[in-house]
Design a binder for this molecule. Structure first.
Ligand SMILES: Cc1cc2nc3c(=O)[nH]c(=O)nc-3n(C[C@H](O)[C@H](O)[C@H](O)COP(=O)(O)OP(=O)(O)OC[C@H]3O[C@@H](n4cnc5c(N)ncnc54)[C@H](O)[C@@H]3O)c2cc1C
Length: 433
């Protein structure tokens, strides 16, 4: 093994345990119960929680409902769309991550009745619960962009990193062609809440980097359409990204929200405060509006006065317990909390739900709370990233203070994303991180 590989392996091992924030040990004490617990969604949060509850509870009947047989490691999509990993890098079997003692219903949840305490699946099976954890992630609403359909990804310069590993790979092919040929690259993000708000920024940086490496930046224009007056929700990070965007020569258009696309003409239409504006493109990375899945959005669980129409679950932002239905919790992207739509957040939310739920079963008060921890390895070029970690108060909360400076473009932060993150993520799925 070369020195470089040795060093990478060592760093990966050292960072592996901490790539989603510093380590918190699983609690060992088990509780005897015959409680019926239903988890909706077997993604990052749901699988992790199923494992932790199975280890913690003795005698509980735990059911997880999810029709998706493929587990998708979504942080890998950016690497796939950068031509650095194949589509298979992000795909595994959902069943491989679930503990044997948990009953997996391989169907979608179609209806939640928190009064009757039942969940009905899309084939009509009714499952009753004592406690419900909603971990259904969020839904990509491509149909809210007129003229857009996932089948267009990979054609006519249309890319979209978010849709699937295959879409990410098709996006890479379009980006690779674009950075050979040049033209206008158009990058978007939705006006809704979204998972990994750093991902649209990362992909813009990566495209710029490829164009430069190929010597084609001179014939490439990069337009970034920001939905609001800023590029990132945390002011100090926004300032840094704004500076980098200026240095890289990006044309940032603020308050531009994509509303329609004409693939034939290669023109996208944006809603702006001054009215609609058309922007032509040779390549575009479309990030669609997002919402809670319909089963949640159409249930009694969402906030009435926050994220209206998006349907995120009305939970206390610290305990993740529902404000109106105390036997219901939410974890992961579907939780209606002000920050935290990343896998790194799920890693911190799941032990809180575990603690609060197990304490409730035992007739006690939970002690763990979620502080909004969100982490985003913000890639700025191949081999460099800024490891941005923050909380509800927009404080930067670095896991390696004095070692990894959050706002510096570092190789070690890149390694966190490229190597360490997946190992930590997999450990989280098993309930071990
Ligand atoms: C391009 C991209 C880059 C990202 N980069 C990063 C990163 O660098 N770092 C980071 O920490 N995070 C990143 N993320 C975000 C991270 O992947 C998500 O925040 C994380 O997966 C959320 O976990 P979750 O369990 O809430 O949702 P998911 O992992 O999406 O799982 C949700 C599950 O719910 C299921 N479900 C949906 N509807 C129903 C229903 N009706 N019934 C039953 N089940 C249902 C789905 O099938 C799915 O299995 C990225 C995401 C993307 C798309």
């Amino acid at each position: 093994m070369s020195f470089d590989l040795d060093r990478r392996a060592f760093l990966a091992a050292a960072l592996g345990a901490t790539a989603l924030g510093s380590v918190r040990p699983a609690r060992a004490q088990s509780v005897a119960t015959s409680a019926k617990i239903v988890i909706i969604g077997a993604g990052a949060a749901g699988s992790s929680l199923a494992n932790r509850l199975a280890a913690r509870l003795d005698g509980a009947e735990i059911t997880i409902i999810d029709a998706r047989k493929r587990h998708l490691y979504q942080p890998g999509f950016t690497l796939i769309a950068a031509g650095l990993k194949p589509a298979g890098y992000s795909v595994s079997d959902t069943g491989n991550w679930l503990p044997r003692s948990v009953n997996w219903i391989e169907e979608g949840a179609a209806e939640i009745d928190p009064e009757a305490k039942t969940v009905t699946t899309d084939t009509g099976t009714q499952v009753s619960y004592d406690y419900l954890v909603v971990a259904a992630g969020l839904k990509l609403n491509y149909d809210q962009i007129e003229g857009m359909d996932v089948s267009l990804i990979g054609k006519d310069g249309i890319g979209s990193v978010y849709a699937s590993p295959e879409a990410a790979e098709a996006t890479w092919r379009e980006m690779d062609r674009f950075t050979d040929e040049g033209g206008v690259g158009l990058f978007t993000r939705p006006a809704t809440e979204m998972k990994c708000a750093g991902a649209p920024l990362k992909y813009t940086f990566l495209t710029d980097d490829y164009a430069r490496r190929k010597g084609n930046r001179g014939k490439t224009e990069i337009v970034y359409a920001a939905h609001s007056k800023s590029l990132f929700g945390v002011p100090i990070v926004n300032e840094k990204v704004r500076m980098l965007y200026g240095e890289r020569g990006f044309d940032t258009r603020y308050e531009h929200v994509m509303k329609a696309i004409d693939p034939g003409r290669k023109v996208a239409t944006f809603a702006t405060p001054e009215g609609d504006e058309d922007i032509p493109f040779d390549f575009t990375n479309i990030i669609p509006p997002m919402s809670a899945p319909d089963v949640v959005r159409n249930s009694p669980l969402p906030w009435a006065d926050k994220w209206v129409g998006q349907g995120y679950v009305e939970v206390d932002q610290y305990t993740l317990r529902h404000n109106r239905y105390p036997d219901v919790f939410a974890a992961g992207d579907v939780a209606g909390v002000p920050k935290g739509k990343t896998a790194a957040s799920a890693k911190w939310q799941v032990p809180v739900v575990e603690d609060q739920l197990v304490a409730q079963i035992a007739g006690q008060e939970g002690t763990e709370t979620y502080n909004g921890y969100t982490s985003c390895p913000l890639i700025t070029r191949v081999g460099r990233a800024m490891l941005i970690e923050f909380d509800y108060k927009n404080n930067l909360v670095p896991s390696f203070p004095g070692v990894i400076a959050p706002l510096e473009e570092l190789w070690v932060s890149w390694l966190m994303k490229e190597i360490a993150l997946k190992a930590t993520y997999n450990a989280m799925l098993r309930g071990r991180a």
